[in-house]
Design a protein around this ligand. Structure first.
Ligand code: FEO
Ligand code: CA
Ligand code: CA
Ligand code: CA
Length: 694
């Protein structure tokens, strides 16, 4: 994710053993990979013999640096909507990017779209398979100054009004879509109806759950609401907080038809310095700033007041939550579900447990942070939507601990256990109450022994048609640039040319969990490596990466055994699992490792053992990451986000630097010609109308 400042990370508490250390020590324990019954990757919910369908009937796309979306023969794409396109009738369809204001942006699709979700136009459970009208929810993760205001000559010239417009480009876009004879299209809302809306960092939201009245949140809310007066005619409750949502990366859907948007790198919303005295007097605040890395780079003298740390030192406590939005009701106020804990949430993926409670899986995407699961206290009621609407306010939050022997456990984040663990380490830190524990969930997880991960991004659970989790859960760990050691047990340590060289995990990997008894509410699991990303055909185990020039170990093998075959890729980010249990893997940063191919979308079936065949379905335009992979319910259309085209060029030169030195845009996606690049949602279909991927 470009555009954010360097983050400082200081550990508070002991550092548990790194998962990749555990991987290799476990290999040694097992003496091999295949045939260990508990870890049979083909078992559970997948047929014994993979069909041609599961292998994918499409021709794998070759590596390319083309400034376009490249697909297999027989497939086509079209733009559904791009940054700045109108959501309402009566306004020009296309934006005037140089004239964009906050007011205009609040009625147009946001920038840098990431997660996508589709909802049936009218709620039903289980979700209907065929729909010609749906609601699309898209996250707008952050804003890129270098990709905005084409006429701007220097960042110094930006105005406070323009910065306010950029903040309004962040958040969530809710868009009605419909299918006609020519495919899926946006349905603009008008005065009489429609559900299109933007939820931005200025929108009213409610804090709910145990941490809603945490002193940091209360203090920051007062400052926000003073800086951002309620609009006349607004219908939000009086105790709503006009901090909206921001840094929305991935997320999830609930069985009761709501959207979960996960707030990730919220440090980038805040500018200016945190007062030293405030930090000195509140060590928890200093640790929080250090852990999350705020402030980001920004314009403290021009940012809206509530995003200036000097004026709102507790402002960051308003972010880092999972936010629930009802897309069916455009007047509904989003709810920040504090029971799920505050962290850099990449995703919030739901699965119904055997007894009807609901599990939400979350990755905290920062180096050496953790994987979490929340389990509701009450059960999902499929016959009464209204009864489910506050299920996420009560339940238990867990963090994942991976064992060396392939076992694992979900450790409950409870007040007594966290304080006892802190005391056992002779730490002066304590948690005052449950609210404090949830605001500082990262610290509690660390004390309790959660396993540090290589940046856990998307998590996908395999579910049946009634949303019941079947047990297998995939976790994409995108990469880790700071785990630079020749560690026994690191799966990349077996570089035959340089056995003692320090080596980070620059290509990432995907971990598979299997919940005990196939129950999403289980408190134990087994685990194994689904794939190591990289190059299964590497002639040399290392390549020089584009970004740093540093050698990267890119073999996909563990203990000499390849985990993949076919195409190479790096940096798995978002995933989607279709009804044939094929895993679609979007990359973010693969082009920085394998420079001859832009970021791409790969496919591999769950049912096939290692080495797992990898096919490339899509290559994105120059400088873009691919995210939000998603099939329509009938699986005849594939929706996907093309985020920040033109953020860098084919050689890896960052547009955030080169633009201000006079460089022309490095991509013209999606409009082509000499158009300014814009993030966009695209829809892919087969020319013969058939099912995607078959
Ligand atoms: Fe926003 Fe972790 O990607
Ligand atoms: Ca990403
Ligand atoms: Ca992501
Ligand atoms: Ca996903």
């Amino acid at each position: 994710m470009p555009g954010l400042g360097v983050r400082r990370i200081i550990k508070a508490g002991r550092v548990a053993k790194h998962i990749n250390d555990l991987i290799a020590s476990r290999r040694a324990l097992l003496g091999g990979l295949v045939g260990f019954p508990l870890l049979d990757l083909a078992a559970c919910a997948t047929p014994a013999s993979p069909s041609a369908t599961q292998r994918g009937g499409f021709a794998s796309v070759s590596s390319t640096n083309a400034d376009n979306v490249t697909l297999p023969p027989g497939y086509s794409w079209r733009k559904l909507i791009a940054w700045g396109d109108a959501l309402f009738d009566g306004m020009p369809d296309a934006p005037n990017l140089d004239a964009m204001t906050r007011t205009d942006q609040e009625r147009r699709f946001g920038q840098n779209n990431d997660m996508l979700a589709l909802f049936a136009a009218e709620y039903a459970f289980p979700p209907p398979k065929t729909q010609d009208r749906m609601i699309l929810c898209a996250n707008n993760e952050y804003t890129s100054l270098e990709l905005a205001f084409p006429a701007l000559r220097s960042p110094r010239d930006i105005t406070a009004e323009q910065i306010e417009a950029l903040y309004a480009a962040i958040g969530v876009s809710v868009v009605d879509v419909a299918r006609d004879g020519t495919g899926w299209r946006v349905v603009k809302s008008n005065g009489a109806g429609g559900r299109n809306r933007r939820v931005t960092p200025f929108s009213p939201v409610m804090f709910t759950g145990p941490a809603a009245q945490h002193p940091w949140i209360v203090a920051a809310s007062a400052i926000v609401n003073a800086a951002e007066p309620a609009r006349s005619g607004a219908t939000a409750p009086a105790n709503a907080v006009r901090c909206g949502t921001g840094a929305n990366c991935a997320g999830g859907l609930t069985p009761w038809g709501t959207y979960l948007t996960a707030e990730e790198n919220f440090d980038g919303l805040f500018a200016g310095a945190l007062d030293i005295d405030a930090q000195f007097n509140q060590p928890e605040l200093a640790i929080d700033a250090s852990s999350f890395g705020y402030p980001g780079a920004g314009f403290p003298d021009k940012a809206p007041r509530q995003f200036r740390l000097s004026e709102n030192p507790h402002g960051p406590s308003l972010y880092g939550w999972v936010v629930e939005i009802d897309p069916h009701d455009p007047t509904s106020v989003p709810k920040k579900r504090t029971a799920l804990g505050r962290k850099k949430n990449e995703c919030a993926t739901s699965a119904i447990a055997n007894d009807g409670r609901v599990a939400i899986y979350m990755g905290d995407d920062q180096r050496d942070e953790h994987v979490y699961k929340f389990v509701t206290r009450a059960r999902f009621d499929p016959s009464n939507r209204a009864a489910n609407m506050d299920l996420l306010d009560r339940g238990q939050l867990y963090c994942a601990q991976f064992g060396e022997d392939g076992s694992g456990r979900w450790i409950a984040l409870t007040l007594d256990a966290a304080n006892a663990a802190a005391a056992a380490e002779d730490s002066p830190l304590r948690f005052r109450d449950e609210a404090d524990l949830l605001v500082r969930a990262r610290d509690a997880a660390r004390f309790l022994g959660a396993t540090p991960m290589d940046r856990p991004e998307d998590i996908e659970a395999i579910c049946d048609e009634n949303w019941r989790g079947l047990g297998p859960v995939l976790i994409a760990c995108t990469y880790n640039t700071e785990r630079g050691f020749a560690h026994p047990g690191n799966p990349r340590r077996a570089d035959p040319d340089h056995p003692n060289r320090a080596q980070s995990n620059l290509t990432g990997h995907i971990v598979r969990l299997d919940e005990t008894n196939g129950d999403s509410a289980a408190t134990t699991f087994t685990w194994d490596i689904f794939v190591m990303a990289g190059d299964p055909n590497a002639e040399s185990a290392t390549v020089r990466t584009r970004g740093s020039g540093a050698p990267a170990f890119v073999s996909t093998a563990i203990n000499g055994e390849p985990t993949t075959s076919g195409e190479r890729f790096a940096c798995p980010d978002n995933m989607f699992i279709d009804s044939s249990h094929r895993v679609w893997i979007a990359t973010d940063g693969s082009d920085a490792v394998f420079e001859n191919c832009n970021d791409c979308l790969m496919m591999t079936p769950v049912a096939i053992e290692r080495p797992r065949p990898i096919k490339r379905f899509l290559v994105g335009p120059v400088g873009a990451e691919i995210c939000g992979p998603l099939m329509a319910p009938d699986e005849n259309a594939f929706f996907c986000s093309i985020q920040h085209p033109g953020a860098n060029d084919v050689a890896g030169l960052d547009f955030a630097t080169s633009r201000w030195q006079g460089a022309a845009p490095m991509s013209h996606f999606p409009d082509g010609g000499d158009a300014w690049p814009r993030s966009a949602v695209i829809v892919i279909t087969r020319d013969d109308g058939g099912r995607i991927g078959d």
